[in-house]
Design a binder for this molecule. Sequence first.
Ligand code: ATP
Ligand code: MG
Ligand code: MG
Ligand code: MG
Length: 467
Amino acid sequence: QQMTTAQIRQSFLDYFAKQQHQVVPSSSLIPGNDATLLFTNAGMVQFKDVFLGGEKRPYNRATSSQRCVRAGGKHNDLENVGYTARHHTFFEMLGNFSFGDYFKKDAIRFAWEFLTKEINLPKEKLLVTVYHDDQEAYDIWAKDMGVPEDKIIRIATSDNFWSMGDTGPCGPCSEIFYDHGEEIWGGPPGSPEEDGDRFIEIWNLVFMQYNRHADGTMEPLPKQSVDTGMGLERISAIMQGVHSNYEIDLFQALIAAAARVTGAQDLEDKSLRVIADHIRSCAFLIADGVMPSNEGRGYVLRRIIRRAVRHGNKLGAKGAFFYQLVSALSEQMGDAYPELVKQGAIIEKVLRIEEEQFGKTLDRGLAILEEHLASLEGDVIPGDVVFKLYDTYGFPADLTADVARERFMTIDERGFKDCMETQRKMAQQAGKFGADYNEQLKSEKSSDFKGYDATHYTGTVVELFKE
Ligand code: ATP
Ligand code: MG
Ligand code: MG
Ligand code: MG
């Protein structure tokens, strides 16, 4: 009997509750305690101040299943969606945390016991990494857990050394990988082919061991802590005997729904995966209060929505389709996230308005892009074309880059940014005079208009903006 994704989430939380961990609900995707962070991108985010010692909680062990978004900001997996078996813009991170309580030995023991005893993964398919000089972790894996030495890989890069920032808590990590089999391309961690999807990283154990000072010195923390993160969808894929996250129960349901609303026939189509991924990040972002806009978090949301709409268009969708996936998502995740159900109607409405608005310029923009591509020499779409699509048709640059990539092309990002900068300067100039001019126009219409104040307006400026 195969475990569902929902059951796997529960079994993780149950296991750690049994080990005296407090089960803590997921926090919002909008970090409450960190203005520098775009979105919550790991389980530890809501515990940051506890780790730093500034906040006290009535427990020193916690476990959670944290909703995360990695699109924009430091961790950005948007470009990976549709191209790897393991990345989403939205995913759930299962984690266990020790706030100055247990350290390496128990963290490793819990993880190994959960994987090999609680959910019975075959040991021979697991591989672990340690930071190259972390002999302590190496010995725990080798001696206490009995992992054969050829399955323990020492890594010297930042992949296995975590830090919160340039200064502050930091320490080595130990990661657990699963081998999906030699028929899949990829190599073990540390090898040149590690980015392939054969050996998939499932769990990161972070040992907060030092406090790094501005001069680079590292002082052992008075209270050493543990922060771990395991992707629910990745462990679910393993438990359900499939390779790609997109083949798990939850995603199969979303993909089927996406096929229904777009009219797509081929369930393997990459665009269906992208849409199934994007409905999760968009719906959850809106549920957490983000609204589509032209800047900051809202612009990331708008970009993801427009990307999804473009993929639907590619599949032949007629009219707004994306918002229709909200109910399918609620069916899959509503039990674990009741706010999704409660806010369902609002989420649908926001998505539909966005889709309809973008739908007005999408076809025309795509036609313009096709025209340019037909006469293009080389494989780089020029910055001014990317800019025109952005400025006139509402194509975020990453959307154009996504179209380009499907044809093994790229966009001229530098050139695009230059165009943006030029426009920004022009808008600034225009703003300086134009805004005031609009005021004048308004007052011109009103009866008490007494003529331009010569000290503020010269004839030329007014002439310039008369058009
Ligand atoms: P990868 O190397 O595969 O990109 P990562 O090293 O960036 O993963 P961590 O920052 O260590 O990931 O996060 C902890 C865990 O969260 C990972 O081991 C993985 O199981 C999961 N995870 C990370 N990013 C994603 C994502 N974009 N989609 C789904 N799961 C993810
Ligand atoms: Mg990553
Ligand atoms: Mg990694
Ligand atoms: Mg990692």
